[in-house]
Design a protein around this ligand. Structure first.
Ligand SMILES: Cc1ncc(COP(=O)(O)O)c(C=O)c1O
Length: 420
């Protein structure tokens, strides 16, 4: 039986953590437990001698996620697949396998998988914030995150202020002025690839009595591990690099505190935002190759950024691997590589940027990112349209590339031809 040991490397954890052979059949990958409910061994008695609190989610005590007992403790390891289940909204073995793996990869005490990245974000904000609380958010972030705070949370009395999270002193001043409950960070940011000094922000958050949450979607745990840098929670759109194949939508939270994990699991069970078994299985399959994919994304991203930086029809390139990127030194300090996301401003302005997005052969025009195939998009009209007119509005001549793992010469030729 493959068993992980303390000190196993990232690639080993990606393939083995939470993924020991199925104790029932010996299947070497976690089976898809496509099931809504589980036979109980007598009323209130779950498989493995565990006791149900009082039915799935009725009291909330047993709603702690995968393999929850009445005390809310979590079953991990081989027993996870055969014991302690009552209903798949509360806990499911395939989702549990993914969660165990993600917790190992990010170095957290527990991970929770969701139906989407936005469901994960929503759960974290509602578990941590009360009406009247304040949140600092990046002034450059995924448009959907901005929309969540501006259009949804604001209606429930949670206010926010955008801050330039690449400027630690600005965050310190905003934290002193606004006394936030939560400081929300993306690094690198979507779409301008700004870099936040996560260790510095963790100190600022701690001093201010706030939690630091880091959206690690662009980097993935292979390139950056925010919890080790002092963050309290990591958010993922697993739709992106973790899944890696543009075939599944999902999200995850990974945390360092078991009490917070319990609150998140309670809320997720109460509202029903957990990830489905098949989606969890697809994501876990993607995670196994995260390391090798990310290495290639980084190589291709760096070559594409270099070509664009020297191209006469490109006004500015945003890529943290370029030495003149303002966050380059911090990125070197906290990231293993610089990733596959590259944004640039077209020297021909908005019309030229829009036109180019429709002219590529291999870069497919589409939202999302992090898959093996390269994508191109126009953030102002697509992924970040919801930030129009806000402090998070993106430049109209901006083009965002998710550089895939195809042959890099082909990708560069495609971009050169489309730039004209
Ligand atoms: C950085 C970032 N965070 C969160 C999300 C939301 O994730 P999902 O689309 O899986 O809900 C996205 C989606 O693009 C994203 O880019």
């Amino acid at each position: 039986m493959a068993q992980i040991e303390h000190g196993d490397g990232f690639e080993t954890l990606a393939i083995h953590a939470g993924q020991e052979p199925d104790p029932l059949t010996g299947a070497v990958v976690p089976p898809i437990y496509q099931v809504s409910t589980f036979k109980q061994d007598g009323v209130g008695g779950l498989r493995g001698g565990r006791r149900s609190a009082s039915g799935h989610g009725a009291s909330g005590h047993g709603a702690s996620g995968h393999g929850a007992s009445e005390h809310g403790d979590v079953v991990t390891g081989p027993g996870r697949w055969v014991e302690g289940y009552e209903y798949s909204r509360t806990a499911n073995p395939t989702r549990g396998a993914l969660e165990e793996c993600l917790a190992a990869l990010e170095g957290g005490v527990r991970a929770l998988a969701f139906a989407s990245g936005m469901a994960a974000e929503d759960c974290l904000v509602r578990a941590v914030c009360q009406p009247g609380d304040h949140v600092l958010i990046p002034h450059d972030a995924y448009g959907g995150t901005y929309r969540l705070f501006d259009k949804v949370m604001a209606g429930w009395g949670v206010t926010y202020d955008p801050v330039p999270i690449s400027d630690a002193e600005a965050v310190r001043a905003a934290a002193a002025a606004h006394r936030p409950t939560l400081i929300w960070v993306e690094s690198p940011t979507n779409p301008l690839l700004s870099i936040a000094d996560i260790a510095a922000l963790a100190q600022i958050a701690r001093a201010a009595g706030a939690l630091l949450a880091v959206d690690n979607t662009f980097a993935s745990p292979y390139l950056q591990q925010p919890l080790a840098l002092g963050a309290d929670a990591v958010i993922h759109s697993t739709t992106k690099y973790l899944g890696g194949h543009s075939d599944v939508v999902g999200g995850a939270l990974i945390v360092t505190d078991t009490g917070l994990a319990e609150r998140l699991a309670f809320l997720r069970n109460a509202v029903g935002s957990a990830g489905a078994p098949f989606d969890s299985w697809l994501t876990l399959r993607g995670v196994k190759t995260l390391g090798v994919r990310m290495d290639r994304h980084c190589d291709n991203g760096a070559q594409v950024a270099k070509m664009l930086a020297n191209h006469p029809r490109v006004a500015q390139v945003y890529y943290p691997g370029l030495p003149d990127h303002p966050g380059h030194e911090v990125a070197v300090k906290q990231m293993r590589g610089f990733g596959g996301m590259v944004s640039f401003r077209h020297a021909g302005g908005e019309a030229a940027a829009v036109e180019m997005c429709g002219r590529t052969r291999l870069f497919t025009l589409g939202e999302s990112l992090g898959g093996v195939e390269s994508l191109i998009e126009h953030p102002a009209r697509m992924t970040h349209a919801s930030a129009a007119g806000s402090p998070l509005e993106v430049p109209p001549d901006l083009v965002r590339l998710s550089v895939g793992i195809e042959n890099c010469d082909d990708l560069i030729e495609d971009l050169r031809a489309a730039l004209g």
